[in-house]
Design a protein around this ligand. Structure first.
Ligand code: CP3
Length: 348
């Protein structure tokens, strides 16, 4: 589809993904639309977070506002990682200040009876409408990014019942109940792949897989308990659609994350870019890797960090600028605007 659209095909994002020299260094930011932005907070005054996620017109408007204000090169859809858990049989709740709560957490074999593999995607059709509506609202030269969670990160929420500092319940189930782990990870992997393919059919040009918490694992455990399922998921994604495989926390996992798949690998700030490239292989495109905490410093510090990363990239075409994880809600919006301006300056 994208081949028939010259502006999109030649956009900085798509050129970087094909490792051709882009006209400017492409940048987009995880959580580019969110609570750090006054316009977003205004929308949230009259609408709960979950109601917003299920309102395609409003989701598209929230993302268009962020893309225009920041002048970033791609629009990830406004949605949430956890929505897929609802039609799989979990209850989902967001309480102010508490983060997400997932009802019906999986702890033992009988809990699997309530958990469905997603075949019929109609309960998530609002996400597909968000993709189509975001496409209508955002500059036609900017790709739309669909997303979902990777099996480990989604299983973490499904087992813990919410956010976690150490993933103890998840690891206990992983080590002690291998058959429950296998069944849950398999169901999630296949469900998430179908969800992404639905997003692609609705018009997503690129998809990102968030494995936000995989870095809690060591290398051998990732290889044994996670890699096969993430690979199964990525192998099922519609061919020729670029996949960004993002993880955080443990740079030693990067070669295995690359082995699981993804034409672009998302890297956090814990490793210098060139070391990451060595580990991953020069055939892959990299996305990253500014520490989002830098955005709380002065614009001068931000600009010098951008120049440092540009020096590391050294004009190599296969690079997408992003943060190593999402924008913090304390971030001044002017700093984010200054960041994007510096990235888009043509000099290295
Ligand atoms: O701008 C964008 O990047 C698009 C929107 C987006 C959100 N969540 C909006 C959101 C995306 C891509 C996500 C992904 C997501 N959601 C992840 C993976 C990325 C990451 O950060 O690792 C995860 C782990 C989640 C789950 C989730 N959603 C949590 C743990 C929370 C609460 C955290 C908190 O800071 O309160 C959310 C809520 C959430 N998702 C908000 C937004 C804008 C804040 C909700 C609000 O308005 O109160």
């Amino acid at each position: 589809m994208i081949r028939n659209n010259k502006a999109l095909w030649n956009s900085p994002m798509m050129k970087a993904i094909r490792q051709e020299p882009p006209d400017r260094m492409p940048v987009w930011l995880m959580r580019q639309a969110g609570r750090y932005m006054a316009e977003y907070r205004a929308v949230r005054e009259s609408c709960s977070f979950l109601d917003l996620c299920r309102n395609p017109k409003l989701c598209a408007e929230v993302m268009r506002t962020a893309v225009e204000k920041l002048d970033v090169d791609a629009a990830i859809i406004f949605s949430d990682l956890l929505l897929i858990l609802e039609p799989m049989g979990f209850g989902l709740e967001f309480r102010a200040g508490d983060g997400p709560i997932i009802h019906g957490a999986v702890r033992e074999e009988k809990d699997l009876l309530r958990i469905r593999e997603l075949e019929d995607l109609s309960a998530l059709s609002y996400t597909f409408e968000t993709i189509a509506e975001t496409r209508r609202q955002v500059d036609p030269e900017k790709p739309i990014i669909g997303f979902t969670g990777a099996p480990f990160t989604l299983a973490g929420y499904a087992i813990e019942g919410g956010s976690s500092r150490n993933f103890l319940k998840t690891k206990t189930l992983m080590y002690s109940s291998p058959s429950v782990w296998k069944e849950l990870m398999g169901r999630i992997a296949r469900s998430a792949a179908r969800y992404l393919n639905g997003q692609i059919a609705a018009g997503a040009d690129i998809v990102q897989i968030f494995d936000s918490w995989a870095g809690h694992l060591g290398v051998e455990d990732y290889r044994r308990y996670v890699l096969p399922y993430t690979k199964e998921m990525i192998d099922q994604i519609t061919p020729d659609v670029p996949v960004i495989h993002f993880g955080t926390g443990n740079p030693e996992l990067l070669p295995l994350q690359a082995e699981a798949g993804g034409s672009v690998i998302g890297v956090d700030w814990r490793i210098p870019l060139n070391d990451a490239w060595e580990k991953i292989g020069k055939d892959r495109v990299l996305q990253g890797n500014l520490d989002p905490a830098v955005l709380l410093a002065s614009p001068d510090v931000i600009r010098s960090e951008v120049r440092r990363i540009k020096k590391d990239v050294a004009g190599r075409p296969g690079f997408i600028f992003n943060l190593g994880h999402g924008i913090h809600k304390e971030t001044p919006v002017e700093n984010v605007i200054a960041l994007v301006k510096e990235i888009h300056k043509n000099e290295i």
